[in-house]
Design a protein around this ligand. Structure first.
Ligand code: FAD
Length: 501
């Protein structure tokens, strides 16, 4: 008998779950509140240029690497055009005015930084070995959270990024530089677990890539997989309640064109922010204490994003990501004041649409706290008023002025810019508070800071960036874990291995 699965949210989490289950004979329906699917995989077009809003680069997509295997397993690798970032500096950390490239591969990474810190070579070896060891132990790499971890493995979840690095490296500047990619996980000193840093660092250290044409291609290809297998994506459908009987979920209520409807379900997977999901369950199966815990978990900080349109054939394409720190530390960029904002920023070019020697678009991201946006919290995109426009303009001009000192092309080569704030993300993706990567991982909270993919409602599962981990790999692994749990017998694991060959 055909089993039916209703999935809430058509971002990477929802679409990847949908693609897998549809292929395995489930009748899949994905509900999406927005007028188009993709979530953080959305792009937008202005003046003929397509801008990436969320996923700017991906890692481990070389033949046989972990993400490559997952993309092949999902049946979407062939439809993606990927371009590798510079091996000699996929990420470049600018700290105290000096550039420090991260090179691809364990040995090249060590050699590259040892050129600047010759006395730290042995420590760099220990650091990279620790990074690879910790990432190999993570649920992300094993795509199995049930994996039994020995005490050495779990230690990486309970110690912060900075404390582990400090325990290995004794040069104060090198300690900072090694943590210079922290915007990729919105790191907070003393709070973010080393395991997250290790997984992200090794993920990109293996190989780093841009997606030609934009990350919405991933959404488009996954939607094709779902619809080819008989599933459907229902756009403009906002889920409002997960209906349960005494033991399980029986369906999802949603609003479409102002009218409430109900869809029956054998399984429900919610890929939206867990705080929103638990708020939709009115059954005593979810205890108030559990709901309260989930709703009180801290979120990652949001960003102010500056989308840059360059003059035609003027700005040479930069095949690296630039992490620039203007203050004396890579940490604490979220504790800025009006005067010293931005303490740090991330500047990237998109893969060019035309002549690949020149960039047509780029982006600069800098942390932005919600207290700066308090005046507009209750407003919606496009209706926030002139003072909001003025605020964004002030911020954009300040960010540009700071960045143009290091990157002169931002003066001469810029034709136009567009902006977004955490409120934009909140309104377009349902991200609570507009946070970058959903719920923050925090060693202080221990196990109570984690969100399990299982719930006490037997057939209700949670996926998406707040559950396992964020980013393309974190979300896909979370989806695989959920689908494997529904399908049983570890068959997905075998299929992924087969796809990697
Ligand atoms: C600025 C930025 C840059 C990033 N850069 C990278 C990068 O370079 N590389 C990388 O790997 N990752 C990056 N990420 C992270 C990555 O994009 C996300 O982790 C991932 O795409 C999240 O997918 P998701 O499905 O969990 O959530 P989302 O993409 O947020 O999808 C959730 C979907 O659910 C919908 N929804 C919400 N509520 C409801 C409801 N009640 N009913 C129906 N639908 C609902 C939303 O509209 C949305 O479409 C970046 C993220 C941001 C914000």
């Amino acid at each position: 008998m055909e089993r039916n699965c209703v999935i809430i949210g058509a971002g990477l989490g929802g679409l990847s779950c949908g693609a897998v289950l549809a292929r395995h004979g489930f009748k899949v329906t994905v509900l999406e509140q927005e007028s188009h699917a993709g979530g953080c995989l959305q792009t937008f077009v202005r003046d003929g240029v397509r801008f990436e809003t969320g996923m700017h680069f991906i890692g481990s997509a070389g033949r046989g690497e972990l993400l490559d295997s997952l993309l092949r397993f999902l049946g979407i690798r062939g439809g993606l055009e990927l371009h590798e970032l510079d091996h000699d500096g996929y990420d470049i950390i600018t700290y105290k005015g000096q550039d420090y490239p991260f090179r691809n591969g364990r040995d090249a990474f060590i050699e590259g930084l040892a050129e600047h810190f010759p006395g730290q070579k042995d420590n760099l070896v220990r650091y990279m070995d620790t990074v690879y060891k910790a990432s190999a132990a993570s649920s992300v790499e094993s795509f199995n959270p049930a994996r039994v971890m020995d005490s050495n493995d779990t230690v990486w979840h309970t110690r912060s990024v900075d404390s582990v690095i400090d325990g290995i490296v004794d040069d104060a500047d090198l300690r900072e530089i090694l943590a210079g990619n922290q915007p990729l996980y919105a790191g907070v000193k003393g709070h973010t677990p080393f395991s997250l840093h290790a997984f992200i660092t090794s993920f990109y250290n293996r190989s780093a890539w841009r997606i030609a044409g934009g990350s919405d291609n991933i959404a488009r290809l996954l939607i094709e997989r779902i619809t080819c297998a008989g599933g459907s994506i229902k756009i403009g459908c906002k889920a409002v309640e997960i209906v349960c009987d005494e033991t399980k979920a029986t369906g999802v209520k949603f609003i479409v064109d102002g009218v409430e409807q109900m869809m029956d379900a054998d399984y429900v997977i919610s890929t939206i922010h867990p705080a929103l999901t638990v708020g939709m369950v009115h059954s005593p199966l979810l205890r108030p204490a559990y709901k309260k815990r989930i709703q009180q978990l801290p979120d990652t900080i949001g960003v102010f994003e500056l989308y840059l349109k360059f003059k035609t054939n003027t700005v040479p394409y930069m095949n690296a990501n630039r992490f620039v720190y203007e203050s004396g530390s890579v940490w604490g960029c979220d504790s800025y004041t009006t005067d010293d904002w931005p303490r740090g920023y991330l500047y990237m070019h998109q893969w060019p649409q035309g002549d690949s020697r020149y960039a047509d678009a780029g982006v600069i991201l800098a942390y932005m706290r919600n207290d700066e946006l308090a005046a507009w919290t209750d407003t919606l995109t496009g209706r926030r008023g002139d003072d909001y426009r003025e605020f964004k303009k002030r911020k954009a001009e300040k960010l540009l002025a700071v960045a143009a000192k290091r990157f002169p092309e931002l003066g001469d080569g810029l034709e136009r810019y567009y902006t977004s704030t955490p409120l934009t993300y909140r309104d377009y993706t349902g991200a609570v508070g507009g946070g970058l990567y959903g719920i923050a991982k925090d060693i202080e909270l221990g196990q109570s800071g984690r969100v399990s993919y299982r719930t006490r409602v037997g057939n209700l599962f949670l996926a998406g960036q707040s559950v396992n981990s964020h980013g393309i790999m974190g979300v896909l692994v979370g989806s695989m874990v959920v689908c494997d749990s529904i399908l049983g017998n570890g068959i997905l694991y075998d299929e992924i291995i087969k796809a990697s060959k």
